[in-house]
Design a protein around this ligand. Structure first.
Ligand code: GN1
Ligand code: MG
Length: 361
């Protein structure tokens, strides 16, 4: 089979990075929704080459600067988790630009590890909580001001809501299907939730921290047996943010066994409980009272936000999230909103889980 033209380009650009061994093959890899990813195999270690999406990240070079900064922060420390390191190219931007104006970067491939399609056991969930908390602890003494904002507006829910309204204003009546109408109504009924984290931040109640930004299940690697989380990947959105973005995103993804493309959504408390308990144990003392007080809202808000983002993208014609077929973003929006509803239904139990994990009851 002849390789696709972009794979040929990837193979040519891979040669521009100083790797430990000669390249054997470059092949498309993974299922990220934003960047293009390739696995680079060599006669020695493997690597990941990625074309950063310049429509999503306005200044992709900042991602590489952040990765470099994080790498220096962690250098020589016992981290207790693996994070793929940047392999800098011999250029000012640490990556390589192609002729079409896209920035490409090389990172380590985390060997002897795998992703999981869903979590099956409380022990697996606990290991995820531990790894996420380790990451937060490691970043706790890195001043967020040292990192650039790689994705302005990321997790600023009111901004996503404004965008939805703009798109709706230009929408033709024929595009307002019953399903779109139902999703809009669901969101409309929760507009008071949308500004909750922003308001707390604006009032100085929440500290900015260095966060991962996207710790969904696909971005967590497990040992070869698939039992214990050992690595966090996709560090593109490591930037200043709120702890709630990470905890909310991790839980909305990990506790929904059907996944983002499933037919329905369940927020599984048998996974949420051990995940949060292990997080709280590993993060002991890290979170302030005010942060803990807003955890439940974050659990509701982050899936609402993602549902809103998928819906907006569907209405705009699938420009942001890669889809295989029309309608996929709408279905994903419905799944996230169903997850919000399931979280609300179990509100009392989730409040108890949070209180127990963080020592409030
Ligand atoms: C995107 O890059 P990827 O596929 O890991 C998105 C996240 C969403 C996620 C949903 C930069 O993540 O915010 O939660 O899709 N990343 C960006 O699957 O927008
Ligand atoms: Mg990502």
């Amino acid at each position: 089979m002849t390789p696709a033209p972009d794979t040929e380009l990837a193979a040519a650009l891979a040669e521009r990075f100083p790797l430990a061994a000669p390249i054997v093959a470059v092949q498309p890899f993974g299922n990220g929704l934003i960047n293009r990813t390739y696995l680079v195999t060599t006669t020695g270690p493997a690597y990941i080459l990625q074309r950063l999406n310049g429509r999503v990240f306005p200044q992709p070079a900042k991602i590489l600067e952040n990765l470099d900064r994080l790498g220096r922060h962690l250098h020589g420390r016992r981290t207790g988790l693996r994070l793929p390191a940047l392999i800098p190219a011999d250029t000012a931007e640490l990556g390589v630009w192609d002729g079409g104006g896209n920035l490409w970067r090389m990172i380590e491939y985390v060997a002897n590890a795998r992703t999981r399609p869903c979590l099956e056991t409380p022990a697996q969930a606990a290991s995820v909580g531990t790894v996420l908390a380790r990451f937060h602890r490691l970043c706790a003494d890195l001043d967020p001001a040292q990192l650039a904002v790689t994705l302005p507006g990321f997790h600023v829910t009111p901004g996503y809501e404004r965008r939805l309204r703009e798109v709706l204003a230009h929408l033709e009546a024929k595009d307002r299907s019953t399903e779109v109408g139902a999703a809009l109504q669901f969101i409309e009924a929760r507009t008071d939730l949308i500004g909750v984290l922003g308001a707390a931040r604006a009032e100085g109640r929440l500290p900015l921290r260095v966060v991962h930004g996207d710790p969904k299940l696909d971005n967590i690697l497990f040992d070869e047996a698939g039992e214990r989380a050992i690595a966090l990947i996709d560090l593109d959105t490591v930037q200043p943010g709120l702890i709630h973005h990470d905890i909310g995103d991790c839980l909305r993804s990990c506790c929904n066994r059907g996944g983002e493309s499933g037919r329905d959504a369940d927020f599984d408390l048998t996974l949420c409980r051990p995940l949060l308990a292990a997080y709280a144990e590993e993060a002991a003392g890290l979170l302030a009272e005010a942060e803990i007080a807003l955890l439940f809202d974050a659990l509701r808000l982050i899936p609402l936000e993602l549902g809103l983002r998928f819906l907006t993208d569907h209405l705009e014609g699938d420009r942001y999230f890669r889809v295989r077929a029309r309608g996929e973003n709408l279905r994903k929006a419905q799944v996230q909103l169903a997850l919000v509803a399931d979280i609300e239904r179990q509100s009392d139990e989730i409040h108890q889980i949070i209180a127990k994990a963080f020592g409030g009851g």
